[in-house]
Design a protein around this ligand. Structure first.
Ligand code: GRF
Length: 205
């Protein structure tokens, strides 16, 4: 079995990255599946997640998008950096960048994202407020394959939470985030377990 490097891209807090990195260490993905988080890359130099990743002994890199003239030049440099870690899987975890079609195509079938809604409902931003405004009784999170259309790739896994009386966007986001931290490591693990067979298995959480 080939060693499977995971590269995680973040822009901020990195709590989902941390959930995956902790699961990988605690559940010994390295021993069991020759899989490990090889690097955490942030497009923002001050991202809190860089500190927590380094605290776990994980290599970190910063590629500040502000130093690039265009989306294309940034994405090309990002791809070079990612590829230097020879990733089996690229994990977007709160990576707040629109990706070019070329970048997405390069990692087709091996790049996942977590989105804080029950897709296909509410792609894009402000998902929790939009779920509240729509009167939804359930909200949740979706892990999906990344394709050129934002938040539209094949669904890998989902977790649902109830919307409670008196919820605002913050309370709902916090309830969803707890589930994200359970869902994303499970989904990455499932992807890794089927990677050698060349496919991703969808499953119900
Ligand atoms: C999460 O809500 C995730 O679903 C969304 O961005 C947020 C990232 O949070 N894509 P964190 O940086 O993982 O804490």
């Amino acid at each position: 079995m080939n060693r499977k490097n995971i590269v995680i891209l973040i822009s901020g807090t990195g709590s989902n990255m941390l959930a995956i990195a902790n699961a990988a260490q605690k559940d010994r993905w390295d021993e069991k599946m020759q899989a490990h988080v090889a690097c955490v890359i942030s497009n923002r130099p001050g991202a809190e997640g860089l500190v927590s990743a380094a605290g776990l002994g994980i290599a970190t890199q910063v590629l500040d998008h502000k130093n690039f003239e265009s989306r294309d030049t940034f994405d090309a440099a990002l791809a070079n950096l990612i590829d230097s870690y020879q990733p089996a899987l690229v994990v977007l975890a709160g990576f707040m960048r629109i990706l070019t079609a070329g970048f997405v195509a390069r990692y087709a079938g091996r790049m996942v994202n977590i989105h804080p809604s029950l897709l296909p409902a509410f792609p894009g931003l402000n998902t929790h407020q939009r779920a509240l405004d729509a009167g939804c009784k359930f909200a949740g999170a979706t892990v999906h394959m990344v394709t050129a259309e934002l938040d539209h790739g094949a669904i890998v896994a989902q977790a649902a939470v109830p919307v409670l009386e008196g919820d605002d966007a913050n309370s709902l986001a916090a309830r969803v985030l707890v589930q994200e931290h359970l869902l994303y490591p499970q989904a990455v693990l499932a992807w890794l377990q089927t990677a050698d067979a060349g496919g991703v298995q969808s499953y119900a959480n």
